[in-house]
Design a protein around this ligand. Structure first.
Ligand SMILES: [Zn+2]
Length: 144
C-alpha cells in the first residue's frame, strides 16, 4: 500500500531552506567562539589548567569534526535548492515527506529507502566485521 507523497509547496521549501540556513549560522558561530576560550586557558595555566585545556581541545575538536561534517551536509542540501532537487529522494527520486524534512532537513533519502539501506548495513555487518579483523580465513578453516 504505497502512500502517494505530494510535492513540496514553495512555502514548505522556503521553510526548510530557512531552517538549514539558520542551522548553518549557528554552526559557524560555535566554530568562532571556541579558540578564544582555549587560548586564555593555555596562556595563563599551570599543569592542571593545561590538562583541562588539552581535554577541552580534544573534546572540542571532536565536537567540531562533527560540526564540519554536519555543515557539509547542510551545504549539500542547500545546493539542491539551486537545481530544484531538494526534497527528492536520492535513491528512488520520489518526494521525501515534509514532516521528515522538518525533523531532519539534511535527509537525502525517503523513509522507505533509508530503512532499506539500514537493513542492508546490518545484514552485512558480520561479514564486514570479520573482514576488518582479518579473520575471514580463520573462520572458514574452523567451520570446515
Ligand atoms: Zn526513496
Amino acid at each position: 500500500m504505497a502512500e502517494k507523497i505530494k510535492a513540496l509547496s514553495k512555502k514548505q521549501i522556503e521553510t526548510l531552506r530557512q531552517k538549514l540556513l539558520s542551522e548553518k549560522e549557528s554552526l559557524v558561530f560555535n566554530d568562532g567562539s571556541g579558540p578564544t576560550l582555549d587560548l586564555s586557558l593555555a596562556n595563563g595555566g599551570d599543569d592542571v589548567e593545561q590538562s583541562i585545556s588539552d581535554y577541552n581541545n580534544s573534546h572540542q575538536l571532536r565536537f567540531r569534526n562533527r560540526e564540519v561534517f554536519y555543515a557539509k551536509k547542510i551545504d549539500r542540501a542547500l545546493k539542491k535548492f539551486e537545481v530544484n532537487e531538494y526534497g527528492l529522494c536520492s535513491e528512488c527520486g520520489c518526494w521525501i515527506k515534509f514532516e521528515r524534512l522538518l525533523a531532519r532537513p539534511t535527509a537525502e533519502m525517503c523513509i522507505l529507502c533509508k530503512e532499506e539501506s539500514e537493513r542492508d548495513e546490518s545484514s552485512c555487518f558480520i561479514g564486514r566485521q570479520s573482514k576488518s579483523l582479518g579473520r575471514v580465513v580463520d573462520l572458514t578453516g574452523m567451520l570446515a
